[in-house]
Design a protein around this ligand. Structure first.
Ligand code: FES
Length: 58
């Protein structure tokens, strides 16, 4: 499922970036080799980062 239409990032790519240690939306974009464009997806990515961080913290 596409989360970021501007950069064609899927939930799987974002989850992989979070699992790889990205703990801010900016780091998720960087890990995927892109940057925020319109910013519409930032809230969703932030939620995924928080969930991923909580999961890593146990
Ligand atoms: S949808 Fe992600 S930057 Fe526009």
């Amino acid at each position: 499922m596409y989360i970021c239409n501007c950069n064609a990032l899927t939930d799987k790519q974002i989850s992989a970036a979070v699992a790889g240690g990205a703990d801010r939306p900016r780091e998720v974009y960087a890990a995927c080799g892109c940057k925020a464009q319109c910013g519409c997806c930032t809230g969703t990515i932030l939620a995924m980062v928080r969930e991923g961080g909580a999961a890593r913290a146990g």
